[in-house]
Design a protein around this ligand. Sequence first.
Ligand SMILES: N[C@@H](CCC(=O)N[C@@H](CS)C(=O)NCC(=O)O)C(=O)O
Length: 222
Amino acid sequence: MAPLLFKIDLSPPANAVRMLADIIGLELELKDVEFLKEEHKSPEYMKLNPEGVVPTLVDDGFSLGESHAIMIYMVSKYGGDKSELLYPSDLRTRAVVNQVLFFDASVLFVKNKNISKATIFDGLKAPTERHLADLEEAFDMLERFLTRNSYVAADHLTIADLSISCTLTFSLLIKELDTEKHPRIDAWYKKMQQEPSYKKIAVPGRLAAKQTLDYFRQKNNQ
Ligand SMILES: N[C@@H](CCC(=O)N[C@@H](CS)C(=O)NCC(=O)O)C(=O)O
């Protein structure tokens, strides 16, 4: 039976998991969570994911939240001969992939989420100077990661690129990239946009995210 993934289209972490499944040829059963009905805060859902967020994976009775943990599980169990490149077994290379996954989870994604939650739930009319400076700071960090390798954690695509590209796609709906200041991000992101899994999953995800942000921005400014 195909593993089940609870998701919404606009979610960068859900889309990173889906890009990985696409790359390794793993079929997922997809279930949209009804955010407006707060389905993700229901007792049934929170039994599967104590955080009450998407994505959540359910694989043969085993449930797991946190996209980065899901991706490590998925590539380790289902990655086959692609797993060595996507999540290298060399101790130090893997440590750097983990470092960038944690950077995504604890820095880049959080800065986005602060802005999107304030827009959707608190009537924020536009990102504050502080919000924008926070995002810029995260872009500076990412630019520095990219001085070490041509992809975010190695000289080839790893699962860290999937997470960062999906999160950055959302960031760029909030703040444009200054390509002169961040030429490495620009070059890497152009490569990521050519990835078939990015075109298939992150591009429609970006549209869903844009529609949601535009809707709330407009509503908050009425
Ligand atoms: N660190 C988590 C973040 C998950 C997350 O915050 N997902 C958002 C959607 S992109 C969500 O479900 N938000 C609902 C909420 O915070 O209540 C991951 O990587 O899975």
